[in-house]
Ligand binder design. Structure first.
Ligand code: SF4
Ligand code: MG
Length: 327
């Protein structure tokens, strides 16, 4: 396994008390595999990724437990310098907001080129040539001219392509993309997602795709991990999830995706809001919103039950959920 996150825990100090952002998350990706991490905002999916990348704000964020194994080495035990080296060449991250992730006062050519100068020891001239190649590869028209432009001179979709180019530059084994298309128009979203999937295959990278939108993952992901209140509540191969979810929360997410074959159908929305992470409900943390909840759910915290090969669900009633097609 390329990346193996085990029982990760992250807390934040807030004015309301300790926020339990990540509460024992385990997930992994093999080389070349795509894992989609799905959940509403505040589910802990970004915080987990930031812990993996080593860019968690500390303080107030604090890793209180677990291991993050990358190629078998626990990143949490490495010195900052070693960590930085892995971050540069082994893994890269793509953020939702390219405008704030890119340097506004540096041309995109210089930003891309700098990666090759710093990490590969290339001359400025060679680095510039590689920058043009990469911009061309992510299909930025007139790349040879546009390397001289600044981030704000590009459209949102083009800027996101530049971020993809930055992430690809050192050919990392793993890319983590946190809501990479959320800020874009729907048609541009699809183009950027297609490009990312294509490059991932070409470069044989592992990809962790963080999203709140189940609609974007079907064609891209091999596996899905669904997060709720800082935990993984269902983990399964993508096709199993679409065929029949084994957790009521996954079912809710699935039913709230617009489908072309059901035009005009009233879209389902999961009632209520995700919990305040300083006061996570006892028992199953999803119980206040769950259509299948009963007494045991308010007191007994469900473990991750093995559903079948490569599939697990943190629901006492996963069997029922799996077989009940219309709740
Ligand atoms: Fe719903 Fe109970 Fe399952 Fe939690 S354990 S998801 S409350 S049925
Ligand atoms: Mg987020």
């Amino acid at each position: 396994m390329l990346l193996d996150v085990r029982d990760l825990r992250v807390e934040f100090r807030t004015r309301d008390g300790v926020a339990y952002a990540v509460n024992g998350v385990s997930y992994g990706v093999d080389a070349g595999e795509t894992l989609a991490v799905l959940g509403e905002s505040g589910s802990g999916k970004s915080v987990t990724a930031q812990a993996v990348m080593g860019i968690l704000d500390t303080p107030p964020g604090r890793i209180t437990g677990g291991r993050i194994l990358f190629r078998g080495r626990d990143l949490l035990t490495l010195k900052e310098e070693e960590r930085r080296r892995i971050r540069g060449a082994g893994m890269a991250m793509i953020f939702q907001d390219a405008l704030s992730a890119l340097n506004p006062v540096m041309t995109v050519g210089d930003q891309l080129g700098e990666m090759f100068v710093v990490h590969r020891g290339m001359s400025r001239k060679d680095a510039r040539a590689r920058a043009v190649e990469l911009m061309d590869r992510v299909r930025i028209p007139a790349a040879a001219q546009r390397v001289r432009d600044y981030p704000h001179q590009f459209s949102g979709g083009m800027r996101q392509r530049i971020m993809i180019a930055m992430a690809l530059a050192l050919e990392p084994a793993l890319i983590i993309a946190d809501e990479p298309t959320t800020a874009l128009d729907v048609t541009v979203q699809a183009q950027v997602m297609d490009l990312l999937a294509e490059l991932q295959r070409e470069y044989r990278m592992a990809l962790i795709l963080i999203t709140h939108d189940l609609g974007v993952v079907a064609d891209v992901a091999d596996r899905i991990a669904v997060m709720y209140a800082g935990r993984i509540v269902e983990s399964a191969p993508v096709h199993d999830i679409y065929r029949a979810p084994a957790h009521p929360y996954t079912r809710g997410l699935l039913d709230s995706v617009p489908r072309l074959d059901q035009k005009g159908r009233q879209l389902y929305a999961i009632s209520g809001l995700p919990p305040n992470l300083t006061r996570i409900p006892p028992g199953c943390s999803f119980h206040p919103r769950c259509p299948l909840a009963r007494d045991v759910c308010r007191t007994d915290d469900p473990p991750l039950y093995g559903v079948d090969d490569g599939r697990s669900s943190a629901c006492h009633f996963w069997r029922e959920c799996l077989h009940d097609r219309d709740h």
